[in-house]
Design a protein around this ligand. Structure first.
Ligand SMILES: C[S@@+](CC[C@H](N)C(=O)[O-])C[C@H]1O[C@@H](n2cnc3c(N)ncnc32)[C@H](O)[C@@H]1O
Length: 278
């Protein structure tokens, strides 16, 4: 039987509720600059037709809209209807008439219905949630024109995010997040393997870079705590973690937002620039 969108959303560890969507808006703001840098490696410019897979409530849609300008077109797809509603209303309130958000499964994209083929597809914090990242990449490639680009920014498990001074819960909190995502999604591909898997699925890996952002402690610590909170219900129900284990990490991370810290990093991303063979 084919999975419905509802089944697929259920299979996704983060709960996709209101708090989770707010967290993703914060994530997008903190990562906008490194998304811009990664996207520019493709030569993206005015008039390009681009898609973001797993865009959440905004993802990099605003950055993409800025880079392709008014003559370009931006399509965001996500499984979660609440996220897509947010993305569409955010784009409308910013007056971005060329941004369209659509509920769709990245594993089952219909190029013509979405306005493809696209010059570029972008994903971030997305492939790690897929059971078979290479297969998902291959599916995404079906909506990209021959010679078109795929840019993926996926977080490494190690090195872990850092702060100054160091916070005792950041490293174990990050490792728990990474392990829960892997355990829940049944994902077989750490970001480390992504270039190899992309090449295996017929894509040309043009370059591999790394990036991270630095954020204010008041913003970043709550993002990490909220990420664990968003996994809470499903991870406990799946027997992957106990409430006490989660609380022992989220409590100190929340408290750190008001503490004496100078900076906190984002996760460390592997930026993979790929092309679909012409
Ligand atoms: C961690 S969030 C990242 C959101 C956004 N890319 C960002 O960086 O802010 C992952 C998103 O991928 C979506 N997602 C997961 N699997 C998907 C699939 N197979 N097709 C479409 N969206 C999917 C989830 O609903 C969620 O909104």
């Amino acid at each position: 039987m084919t999975d419905t969108v509802g089944d697929l959303v259920q299979r996704y560890l983060l709960d996709g509720g209101d708090e989770d969507l707010k967290r993703l808006l914060e994530v997008s703001e903190s990562l906008a600059e490194i998304a811009r840098t990664a996207l520019r490696r493709s030569g993206i410019g005015p008039g390009w037709n681009v898609i973001e897979c797993g865009c959440g409530p905004v993802g990099a849609l605003t950055v993409l809209a800025e880079l392709v300008g008014e003559p370009g077109r931006v399509t965001g797809v996500d499984l979660n209807p609440a996220a897509i509603q947010r993305a569409q209303s955010l784009a409308s309130s910013l007056g971005l008439a060329n941004v369209r958000a659509v509920v769709a499964d990245a594993d089952d994209l219909d190029s013509a219905a979405l306005g493809g083929p696209f010059d570029l597809a972008y994903t971030r914090l997305f492939l790690l949630h897929q059971r078979d990242a290479a297969r998902t990449l291959a599916r995404i490639a079906t909506v990209v024109r021959p010679g078109g680009w795929i840019i993926a920014q996926e977080p490494l498990r190690d090195p872990t995010p850092r702060s100054s001074p160091e916070h005792d819960s950041l490293m174990p909190g990050w490792h728990m997040m990474a392990d829960l995502v892997t355990g829940f999604s049944g994902s077989d591909a750490a970001a480390d393997d992504l270039p190899r898997r992309a090449a295996g699925s017929g894509l040309e890996v043009v370059r591999v870079d790394g990036s991270f952002a630095i954020g204010r402690p008041q913003r970043m610590f709550p993002i990490y705590a909220a990420s664990l909170d968003a996994m809470r219900e499903r991870a406990i129900a799946a027997g992957l973690v106990t409430a006490a284990e989660l609380d022992a990490l989220t409590g100190p991370l929340k408290a750190a937002a008001g503490g004496d810290y100078d900076w906190v990093t984002s996760p460390f991303f592997l930026d993979v620039t790929m092309r679909k063979p012409a």
